[in-house]
Design a protein around this ligand. Structure first.
Ligand code: FAD
Length: 568
């Protein structure tokens, strides 16, 4: 019979010590503050970050037996899908943020928030080192060192400049609320500057040339939003500048919205052409000076063109935060883009550290290695032979433990391999089945290359946060009964189900009250009715009734009065 690799993961708990004191930080005066006022016997969970993953974890954590310490430089949660709307004043910045203290206030769980940034994770001693800029003396930084029993890392990602010269210095990014506010001010500034006297037509055109780099959902949505802002509001206020405005969208690949269905890509490209948005695909940015942006185009990247601009928005993807890079070096995960976790979101090799959201990914290689181990063990246990029935058991086990793999195998119709074997070889021909097990292994090796990492989206981050909170909610029950549900007894399985991602679809707003949506089952919907679906889904996903009311009233205000173009 097939026996299974033991997969019991034990949650160890270190002593409940509260605070350690920092080492010296040369060059900076330093205050060291206690991370908590009183000693508590509760196990301490430290959460880094108040974004999608961290907030979802905090919202769903209901178990009062933890002392939760939240550390983030941002004392609010920001609803990032509406950030592009903030850049053009469709929605006000305050409407999409909710103070984190508001979110955790009503809970019966002990939650403390510290406005600070973690700069070092010491996994060996179970401490995080943080720095707060909120010192009463501007020449000092507060250093906070916090012990943890469990650490939840959800610090997200930073923008990725790919080290292209001039990007960091000259481009706008669209990642934080402040970025969106800065973009909004710069757009209006450009129009005011272009209205000044004594400018040539050429200078005016340069000032009013808005370049967006990156044809992903964020870049496309921003370009569409900007087009609407200019054509619905700004041209009424600056009628003389109407013909001088140009919006260019640069994309290095052959098409925009590559992760969407081809129908959506084609519709978006045609719509942008009709709207007069200058779409340049196959254009790779190589340099950005304070006045011009240079791109390499054409086959072999031979032709180089230089475009003068008034504002560039860089939206090309995400990179790793320094604190994560440092942590990855510490635990031997170098040469990776993000932290690798197992399917229970536990950082590989660190028992009590979890990583969720944009800063982490489930290590698919580890998953496939585990599956190989299951096959090899099953193989060895049966002296190199397996009956079809035994093979089916192994396969079922793999599918149950690794639902994402199970889904993949199902899609590839690999289950039918067993049926085929049954038909041709009969149920008991051991030798032939073993040969086909090898065949199966060969086919399965594709999983390594084809099983994709989960996308870096709010949907994934929020689901991971609520999954982990659910594990913490049930932790004690599971400790009382470590072998889990009766059907798992004696198998040594993990007490929790692995994380399963449910994809609910993706939107791409295209401007002019039109949106494209790719829903589960590759169902595609494009147009005005989808825009209403977008309004209802996003209104329902907002984190509180307060933000919901504010956003809906912002949408109403925009319908009636248009967008606000004051430069404040
Ligand atoms: P974040 O939400 O980025 O949160 C990270 C948190 O960590 C923040 O609170 C930050 O202040 C804090 N932090 C940072 N450094 C430290 C540190 N050193 N110590 C402690 N705390 C730290 N996804 C969708 O699914 N749908 C969309 O429509 C969509 N639209 C988007 C539009 C824009 C403009 C952007 C930028 C992103 C969009 N996304 C969307 C992606 C989505 O926002 C991210 O995938 C999601 O925010 C990831 O969540 P997270 O919790 O990992 O990180």
């Amino acid at each position: 019979n097939s026996s299974l690799a033991k997969m019991l993961i034990v949650f160890t708990v270190s002593g409940g010590g509260l605070v350690a004191y920092s080492d010296a930080n040369p060059g900076n005066q330093m205050n060291i503050v206690n991370a908590a006022d009183s000693y508590t016997k509760k196990k301490r969970v430290v959460v880094l970050g108040t974004g999608w993953a961290g907030t979802s974890f905090l919202k769903n954590l209901k178990n009062p037996s933890y002392d939760v310490q939240v550390i983030s430089p941002r004392n609010y949660f920001a609803f990032t899908p509406l950030l592009p709307s903030v850049t053009c004043g469709t929605v006000e910045p305050r409407s999409i943020v909710e103070p984190i203290r508001n979110i955790v206030r009503k809970k019966n769980v002990d939650v403390h928030y510290w406005e600070a940034e973690c700069y070092k994770i010491d996994a060996e001693n179970k401490k995080v080192y943080c720095r707060s800029s909120l010192s009463t003396n501007p020449n000092e930084t507060e250093e906070i060192v916090v012990d943890y029993d469990y650490l939840v890392i959800s610090v997200g990602a930073r923008v990725n400049t790919f080290n292209i010269p001039g990007v960091a210095e000259n481009c706008h990014f669209l990642k934080e609320i402040e970025d969106a506010q800065r973009i909004r001010r710069t757009i209006v500034d450009c129009f005011e500057r272009a209205s000044l006297p004594n400018l040539s037509d050429e200078e005016r055109k340069k000032i009013l040339h808005f370049v967006v780099v990156g044809g992903g959902p964020t870049g496309v949505e921003f370009a569409a939003e900007l087009h609407d802002f200019v054509n619905e509001d700004l041209v009424k206020l600056y009628p003389k500048l109407k013909d001088s405005v140009q919006i260019t969208l640069l994309e290095a690949m052959d098409h925009i919205l590559n992760m969407f269905d081809k129908r959506i890509t084609a519709f978006a490209e045609e719509k942008f052409q009709r709207d007069g948005i200058n779409l340049k695909t196959g254009a790779m940015v190589i340099n950005v000076s304070d006045k011009e942006i240079s791109t390499k185009e054409g086959k072999n990247g031979r032709s180089i063109s230089t475009i003068p601009y008034g504002m560039v928005v860089w939206s090309t993807g995400i990179g790793t935060r320094p604190v994560i890079m440092d942590f990855m070096r510490q635990i031997g995960q170098t040469n990776r883009r993000v932290l690798a976790t197992d399917e229970w979101l536990r950082v590989d090799g660190c028992d009590d550290i979890y990583a969720l959201g944009d800063c982490a990914t489930i290590n698919q290689r580890k998953v496939t290695e585990d599956i190989w181990a299951i096959f090899n063990k099953a193989d060895a246990d049966n002296s190199g032979t397996l009956t079809v029935k035994e093979f089916q058991e192994v396969l079922d086990d793999v599918c149950e433990r690794y639902p994402q793999v199970g889904l993949y195998l199902k899609n590839k119709k690999m289950h039918t391999l067993v049926d085929l074997l049954k038909d041709s070889k009969g149920d008991t021909v051991k030798e032939s089945v073993v040969i086909d097990l090898e065949e199966f292994k060969l086919a399965f090796s594709q999983v390594d290359s084809q099983m994709k990492n989960l996308p870096a989206t709010a949907q994934v981050a929020a689901q991971q946060g609520s999954y982990l909170a659910d594990c913490f909610n049930r932790m004690e029950k599971c400790e009382e009964n470590p072998e889990g549900p009766i059907r798992f007894r004696g198998e040594g399985r993990h007490r929790f189900h692995p994380f399963r991602y449910k994809h609910f679809g993706q939107f791409a707003p295209l401007g002019g009250e039109q949106t494209a949506a790719q829903l589960p089952g590759d169902w595609v919907s494009i147009g005005h009715s989808t825009q209403w679906l977008w309004y209802s889904v996003y209104a329902s996903k907002l984190v509180s009734w307060r933000t919901r009311a504010l956003v809906i009233s912002d949408w109403g205000r925009r319908f009636i009065f248009g967008r606000d173009s004051s430069c404040i």
